[in-house]
Write a protein that binds this ligand. Structure first.
Ligand code: AMP
Length: 217
């Protein structure tokens, strides 16, 4: 399946994407993860992207479309994929449709994780990421067993620069202005599925699975 996981920053896309990718055997393509890795490696795209990311702004569409177009050319994306964090603008969505149309395919489902705005800021500022293996924690509902240490690999847990209060708030504003119009874009194509993202990660995943299952019938 070709799936887009859609939702505001902090809606749980990364966590749910890991579950879906594992169960469906499709690659999890997170543009945020790709940009952070590129920035760590000091590539031209990474360095350019970092200046936008650190202030909570979107990286320009042309850069993002190029990054995703190249990623989708890899063999593992032939059997399907899960996009997390892309598209984030109507222009990105249109270009994605064009790329897929050229291959005679399209997006099968857009899963929208809906979470209340007040809850999102709390979640973002409580998120921690393992510096070793990238595992995601949340001090509110998925805290590590030993404070500050990853349960899986024991490395230290970090807060993303853009999860700090002021930048998190800015990212939510950017989401409302530039990304949320995508709901209408996908609604008009009949592939948008709304899921209550306010529940626990396991409950949200049950709803996601059910939605995917009923979409196949
Ligand atoms: P994420 O990890 O998905 O929250 O993304 C972190 C940051 O990476 C965002 O706040 C943007 O600065 C940038 N980014 C990731 N994906 C995109 C995209 N599709 N379009 C523009 N910027 C993006």
């Amino acid at each position: 399946m070709r799936i887009v996981l859609f939702g505001a920053p902090g809606s749980g896309k990364g966590t749910q994407a890991e579950f879906i990718s594992r169960d469906q055997g499709i690659p999890h393509i997170s543009t945020g993860d790709m940009l952070r890795e590129a920035a760590r490696n000091g590539t031209e795209v990474g360095l350019k992207a970092r200046s936008f990311m650190d202030r909570g702004a979107l990286v320009p569409d042309q850069v993002m479309i190029e990054v995703v177009a190249q990623r989708l050319e890899k063999d593992d994306a032939n059997k399907g994929f899960l996009l997390d964090g892309f598209p984030r603008t109507v222009e990105q969505a249109e270009k994605l449709d064009d790329i897929l149309k050229l291959r005679g395919t399209g997006i099968d489902a857009v899963l929208w994780l809906e979470v209340d705005d007040r809850e999102l800021v709390k979640r973002l500022t409580s998120r921690r990421i393992c510096s070793g293996c990238g595992a995601i924690y949340n001090l509110l509902f998925q805290a590590p067993i030993t404070p500050g240490r990853c349960d899986k690999c024991g490395s230290s847990l970090d807060q993303r620069v853009d999860d700090q209060q002021a930048t998190a708030q800015k990212r939510l504003e950017v989401y409302q202005q530039q990304t949320s119009p995508l709901k209408d874009y996908y609604l008009s194509r009949g592939i948008l599925k709304k899921i209550d993202g306010a529940k626990s990660p396991d409950e949200v995943y049950s709803s996601l699975k059910e939605t995917l299952r009923s979409g196949r019938k």
